[in-house]
Ligand binder design. Structure first.
Ligand code: GDP
Length: 329
């Protein structure tokens, strides 16, 4: 039985990856940080099948202990401060949680189990103010936010540990990937949740930032398969994972609202609060290498993804409404 340690297991990607590894017969260890109100929403259905270990990315001793306890064949480092907009008001916390923490994790693996295979969650945000389109593994980075800068550090320290210590360390440069489990502050989920609330009469408008940004949006469930594939190869390497299709925030709004028979122009209000100090205008990935070397294929396209997210948010908002009605009768 293979053993895997996942940091960030309660997040969107961690939960899909844990499901995938459990299906494959892995013993899955999930690292969790102590919080006053733990949130297991994404992993509720598999909570009993995960072996829980307490740890904190900024506490090296706890990471050493987590690697010692789990004795992993594979380590997936998915934990981070992952929201770009939050990285301006909290640049130093972002550097600690998204950049330095990668070195902590790599050190824990190097000290305790240097033969374990290591996956680092890198990001298309590293391409930022893109210097070529589409972006591939060899495209130079030009990050545009404290988050992007922190992810560049995480990427290069992973490459450096591979080259310095001969560790099997891979960096997956994943373009935006979404799902019904995406945090509500990200644009896709904000829109699909907003559409559900507006359709059900609970909200009258949706306040948005820059509608012209272009993103390469895929389904998180497809992307975690690429993470696993990277660690099954003969040699460690870095890969871009993307759909190769680009859509604007406006198209996202159009697709989500029209799915429930509404016109987004009747509800969307532009609000400077959601405009960022520096913007990533467009991201478009070229994942030829992943397709050829990993045999990775994506299954869910843009429209299907948006419809899936609207469907799930409609169901969730309806059941929450029913619950409150029952409580008030
Ligand atoms: P990111 O690509 O990692 O920053 O993912 P997000 O989902 O947070 O944002 C994607 C794009 O949507 C960015 O270019 C944002 O500026 C744009 N956007 C426009 N309005 C909003 C909004 O209200 N919330 C968020 N999160 N993003 C918005």
């Amino acid at each position: 039985m293979k053993r895997a340690l996942i940091t960030g297991v309660t997040g969107q990607d961690g939960s899909y990856l844990a499901e995938l590894l459990l299906e494959k017969g892995y013993k899955v260890y999930g690292m969790r940080r102590r919080t006053s109100t733990p949130n297991y929403e994404n992993v509720q259905h598999i909570r009993d099948r995960i072996h829980w270990i307490s740890g904190d990315l900024n506490d090296l001793a706890s990471l050493i202990e987590a690697v010692r306890q789990s004795d992993p064949d594979e380590v997936y480092n998915l934990a981070a401060q992952s929201f770009v907009a939050a990285s301006w008001p909290q640049p130093i916390a972002t550097a600690q949680m998204t950049a330095i923490s990668v070195t902590h994790m790599l050190e824990a693996v190097r000290i305790v189990k240097p033969t374990a295979r290591f996956y680092q969650a890198s990001s298309s945000e590293m391409f930022g103010k893109v210097v070529e389109t589409p972006q591939k593994e060899s495209t130079p980075f030009y990050p545009r936010s404290p988050y992007g800068v922190a992810k560049v550090y995480g990427h290069w320290i992973t490459v450096n540990y591979r080259e310095s210590f001969n560790m099997f360390a891979c960096s997956g440069i994943l373009f935006n990937h979404e799902s019904p489990r995406r945090g509500l502050e990200f644009v896709t989920r904000k829109v699909t949740d907003g559409v559900a609330r507006i359709k059900l009469g609970l909200q009258q408008e949706l306040r948005m930032g820059n509608l012209d940004s272009l993103r390469d949006w895929g389904f998180a469930g497809d992307y975690v398969k690429a993470m696993w594939l990277m660690l099954q190869q003969d040699e460690p390497d870095d890969y871009v994972i993307s759909t190769g299709e680009m859509h604007s925030v406006m198209e996202l709004l159009e697709t989500a609202f029209s799915y429930v028979g509404l016109n987004y122009k009747d509800y969307v209000v532009l609000d400077p609060e959601f405009v960022r100090p520096a913007e990533v205008d467009l991201l478009l990935g070229d994942c030829t290498k992943a397709k050829e070397k990993l045999g990775w294929e994506l299954e869910v396209g843009f429209k299907q993804l948006v419809h899936m997210m609207v469907d799930e948010d409609m169901k969730r908002v309806q059941s929450e409404t029913r619950y409150y009605e029952l409580m008030n009768t």
